[in-house]
Design a protein around this ligand. Structure first.
Ligand SMILES: Cc1cc2nc3c(=O)[nH]c(=O)nc-3n(C[C@H](O)[C@H](O)[C@H](O)COP(=O)(O)O)c2cc1C
Length: 176
């Protein structure tokens, strides 16, 4: 059975991006879903001096190895001030020190959502620009605007958004 890793770019216990990533994964039948939570990977703040003195933390290797174990990735990014959350950027930076091509060419559905109307489009654009240089194989991307108006575990409330997400998920499924 193929394995999908879901990862939210957030350390919020109530992360809306975690909800969206897991919802998208559940639309694929007959796959194993492993939902990673950045809170379960305790990483110090990245710094070159710390790396030179202490090396790369085991927790960074553990997260990196989890990513490598996937057949496909569903990542949904929180947007903080138009960019990655600190927690996600820190994890990304540590993993990039293990291997700059950290996404390992795994087929990826890359998403973002926020409570606002832009739905995290700015951070999504940043990742669309940089992940391909980090071994990212982004087969589809999706932004969900106004999360609290549009999201429901029983299906997105807006028909056009629901159809769009279904299409993006099927692109990932085909690439697995
Ligand atoms: C420090 C901070 C900065 C934020 N900046 C933005 C922003 O630039 N754009 C946006 O749409 N939402 C912004 N938000 C709101 C987040 O989108 C919102 O907190 C969302 O729930 C984050 O996703 P998460 O629940 O997956 O962590 C910000 C929130 C915080 C705490």
């Amino acid at each position: 059975m193929k394995k999908i890793i879901t990862l939210a770019g957030s350390n919020s216990k109530e992360s809306i991006n975690k909800k969206l990533a897991n919802y998208a994964a559940k639309q694929i039948e007959n796959i194993e879903i492993v939902s990673l939570d950045l809170n379960n990977f305790v990483l110090p703040l990245y710094g070159i001096d710390l790396e030179n003195e202490s090396g790369i933390p085991n927790e960074a290797h553990r997260l990196f190895n989890s990513v490598q174990s996937a057949d496909g990735l569903i990542i949904s990014l929180a947007e903080h001030n138009g960019s990655y959350s600190t927690a996600f950027k820190n994890a990304l930076d540590w993993m990039s020190r293990i291997d700059g091509k950290l996404w390992g060419q795994k087929p990826m559905l890359l998403m973002a959502t926020s409570p606002g109307e832009r739905g995290g489009q700015t951070v999504l654009a940043a990742a669309l620009g940089s992940f391909p240089h980090m071994g990212g194989n982004i087969v589809a991307n999706f932004s969900l605007p106004s999360f609290y108006d549009n999201f429901s575990e029983s299906g997105l409330k807006d028909d056009a958004l629901s159809a769009s997400l279904a299409e993006k998920v099927s692109l990932l499924e085909k690439a697995l």
